[in-house]
Design a protein around this ligand. Structure first.
Ligand code: HAM
Length: 416
């Protein structure tokens, strides 16, 4: 029996991969406009890094990590997200020593043992961005503006931006207590997971998908009503800067995040087009994370988007690659000439296809059709003795006779 791939681990085949390359290229282009540089981080990290940063009481750490003990008896984990690794690298390489402000982006596979379904996989891909060293709310607005710019650049009207604030270690405990008090009266309606994490992580009940939890949390107190003076001012200022940048947003008071490191501004780019997987991108501020993993007290903010989800939103767009020219040849000598011309044209930067096996003209033309090339050139014995051949523009249907050399063919394709 043939060996198949692992459930939740996907191949991205030609035809689809062009969409991915377009998403990645757009991210690089937009992010670099905002001064970000790429960082490449390893897939494997010490398990402890994720326990400490994402938090022991989160679903990711409790249930979803691909962790194992390697041959040297080290506990290691295939990264479930990128922020912890980027901050580990930032601290380890003392990137803060020269300038605490680092503006970084990354892209690559992440691993979470979740139940696979449309838009949710066990190996999925993120494009993420992180900015350290700036506590000012203008940077929150800048990060959100960059993310919105990216989606606009892709021509997507979905997803839309929702923001919230999760406060800080000074005000969140008060909110937690208020929420716990509220939930205690309704504890029997909560799902088993939310009952279990009532003590360790009660905020999760707010975005639990179970009907009981959704109903029980109707009318729950909102973190926004418990923000301390500084967090409240930070939120107001972030909104002011979003408005200055003309970046549309809505406030979602119930938004909580599945990772523990967030403080103050949190956000999601949400869509209604992907069923249960509504978050296409998500992130927030993490002013305590760098210190938590052993670095200096330096604030940070960032986000990551799920590339599979962005690709699903781009489903309707056509991304197949089109060669510039297909050269059809009749007979051995013409085939050799087609090969010579193809090689010369490719070296000059044109995308050219031939039929390698010298099949019948009819089957070659079928291939040309399948490739959907912009031009075709047909060479037979007559063309070889004339030294010219008909170059047909497949879009406009026009045809011109061109000499059989790469320079003339190129000029013909450029309409000269
Ligand atoms: P996250 O919300 O866990 O945040 O993931 C960010 C995005 O990754 C999600 O909105 C979703 O689009 C995508 N994603 C997550 N899990 C899956 C999955 N199993 N299958 C497909 N896509 C998925 C983080 O990871 C944070 N590190 C974001 C961040 C960066 N916060 C600050 N900086």
């Amino acid at each position: 029996m043939a060996i198949t791939g692992i459930k939740g681990f996907n191949d991205i085949l030609p035809g689809e991969v062009e969409k991915w390359q377009y998403i990645e290229a757009t991210a690089r282009r937009v992010f670099e406009l905002y001064g970000l540089s790429e960082i490449r981080i390893p897939i494997l990290e010490k398990t402890e890094l994720f326990c400490r940063s994402i938090g022991d009481a989160t679903d990711i750490v409790e249930k979803e990590m691909y962790s194992f003990v390697d041959k040297g008896e080290n506990k290691v984990t295939m990264r479930p997200e990128g922020t912890a690794s980027v901050m580990r690298a930032y601290v380890e390489h003392k990137m803060h020593a020269l300038d605490p402000v680092a503006r970084l982006y990354y892209m690559g596979p992440m691993f979470r043992y979740e139940r696979p379904q449309k838009g949710r996989y066990r190996q999925f891909h993120q494009i993420g961005a992180e900015i350290t060293g700036v506590a000012a709310p203008s940077v929150d607005a800048q990060v959100l503006t960059m993310l919105t710019h990216f989606f606009n650049e892709l021509g997507l009207t979905e997803p839309s931006l929702q923001i919230n604030s999760l406060g800080c270690p000074c005000c969140r405990p008060l909110y937690r207590d208020a929420l716990k008090k509220f939930l205690l009266d309704r504890i029997d309606s909560l799902c088993e997971d939310c009952k279990r994490r009532y003590e360790s992580n009660p905020l999760r009940a707010l975005d639990c998908k179970s009907a009981g939890c959704q109903e029980a949390t109707q009318g729950a107190p909102s973190m926004l009503d418990y923000l301390c003076g500084e967090c409240s001012a930070h939120f107001d200022q972030t909104r002011k800067y979003l408005e200055l940048a003309d970046t549309p947003y809505a406030i979602n008071k119930r938004m909580v995040r599945g990772l523990d490191y967030y403080t103050r501004t949190t956000f999601e780019m949400v869509t209604t087009l992907l069923g249960a997987q509504s978050a296409v991108a998500a992130g927030g501020r993490y002013d305590g994370l760098i210190a938590e993993i052993g670095g200096p007290q330096i604030p940070g903010i960032g986000f990551a988007m799920g590339v599979e989800r962005v690709a699903l939103l781009l489903a309707e767009k056509e991304f197949s690659r089109r060669p510039d020219l297909f050269i059809a040849a009749m007979g051995e000598e013409a085939h050799a000439e087609a090969f010579r011309l193809m090689s010369a044209l490719q070296r000059g930067g044109a995308a050219v296809e031939i039929d390698y096996e010298g099949k019948s003209l009819k089957s070659q033309m079928r291939r040309a059709d399948k490739f959907n090339s912009r031009f075709t050139l047909i060479i037979g014995g007559d063309e070889l003795s004339r030294g010219t051949a008909p170059l047909k523009n497949m879009d406009g249907g026009t045809q011109s006779e061109v000499p059989l050399d790469a320079e003339s063919i190129r000029a013909g394709m450029n309409g000269k």
